[in-house]
Design a protein around this ligand. Sequence first.
Ligand SMILES: [Zn+2]
Length: 607
Amino acid sequence: MELDFLIMHKLIIVLVLTIVSWASYASQHLEEEMIEYVVSMPNPDTHYFDVKVHLKGYGKDQVDFKLPVWTPGSYLVREYAKNVESFTAVTGDQKALNFHKKNKNTWSVDKAKNEDVTVTYKVYAFEGTKVRMSYLDESHAFIMANTLLMYVDDLKDSSAILKINVPGQWKKVSTTLQPTGRASNEFEVPSYDILVDSPIEIGNHEIIQFSAAGIPHEVIMYGAENYDPDRIKEDLTKIVEKATAIFGSNPNDEYKFIVHHSEDGGGGLEHYNSTVLGVKRWAYGSADSYNSFLALAAHEYFHLWMVKRLKPKVLDQIDYDEEVYTDLLWVMEGFTSYYADQLMLRAGFYDEDAYLKKLTRAITLLENTPGAQVQSVADASFDTWIKYYRRNENSNNNQISYYNKGLILGALLDLEVIHGSKGKKSLDNVVDGLYQHFYVKQGKGIVAEDVKNAVEEASGASMDYFFENYVSGTTDIDYNRYFEYAGIHLKSMVSKNSKSIGLNFSNQGNAAMVTSVVRGGSAYDNGIYAGDELISINGFRVKPSNFQAMINRIEIGEKAEILVSRKGIIKTVQVEIRENLRTGYSYELDKSKSKLQERVYKKWLDK
Ligand SMILES: [Zn+2]
């Protein structure tokens, strides 16, 4: 009896606990899943997604549905709402609700308090730059949620459900969102930020699986032709493990590389635990283009730590409504570009010579960009929304790439830290230190001063001059001060016997069309415009293939009579022939290195 009583007593407790926990689970679950998204694509040939958003029991009498205007990681307002049409709103029992467009990306729906709402709309998705846009055609569907799925501002941090109705011809849905387990192609959405950071590939793509740094990885291959899956597994494993080694651990439970192949593919976009890469269809056929694929994968993988977790303070809370300004993209993108090359070196895909040649090419590019005299790398970061992402014919004259100058500054800072710490530390310690201190311990972003402080701590040297002149200023960089730490000498050379009038042109149907005019060059000083068609020089017909030869036969200092067609009007312009002042950079190793130089060299180039 006593025993039975005890058992009964325990059963009651278990039952009560079960009911209590089920009730709290249910209410929590209900509250967490106020939003349910349903995405359909009934006819992929039309490139239209049909979207339904169910909002349950929202406690206000008006609700704003919004679509972001930009994609984190791609700093341009792209106005995704332009692709939305046929918006409707109904109650839970299908009664029509009033709504109005509040601004370009906000649909405001009137409703009773706590009333359920379902909105529906269509989104056209056929823009070529697929790494950052949703896309739909007969061969596949790609979902970037911020270009397709609307959010409600005060529910951005709530969880939601995403259901995808996949056309019967497609067998695979690849994403890092986790399935609910209740129905096929139904996913848990922890927050809107995570949804935006979880691209979804749908179709009949091939999947390469491998484990690296103890974590399952997948490479999702859409539209690829000549790749070797075993080689890709082996090579990406090396990159993943070298990147993870910098930070001591990998922040993922899983990772997916989504690779879109096309005729003119290029670029990539980083995500929280995945990336989307745009790659040329035949990229795996040559050593150079294969290395470019690996370097792109390395760049995006390094972003896992740099920008997806260690980020500028202003990105702690993402504002999808407008530009978010930071002066730190030279670190976020520049250091990431620096580490992409470093990872290629460390993983054995570049030798030291290939690595150093790549770095000197970056310097050659910067030093031959007139914009380096007028725009600092901090300003280039800040103004990316209106400059780097909106280039025009004058861009080389008034701006620089923060990817390129940031990469160069990353190299110089690495050398400074290795030298200052006598080979004990490197930039690895700086980026890992910032990651551990700000992201892991405090869960917050950084400002420029934090980077400066971290470099000073690791190198033991003041970074005032460096940051004032090379980061916030446009002072000429004293490269050899840094390269000499490693016993390397940077040489500059003006190409001999070369003449120039300082313009670039493109071949359009065998016509030479001026695409840009170099600030301070002869064409710039003498009135040739971008857009001019070069017709003749000193009476001889110009063809794109013979332009340079025609310039070369005229003496330096002489004027050439150039006939141009400008908006259909023929003009004659006198242009002085000048020496080509384009400077090329190369490196040489010092014949004898001091012990410290030897140590710095080995630490830097991972020998
Ligand atoms: Zn990047």
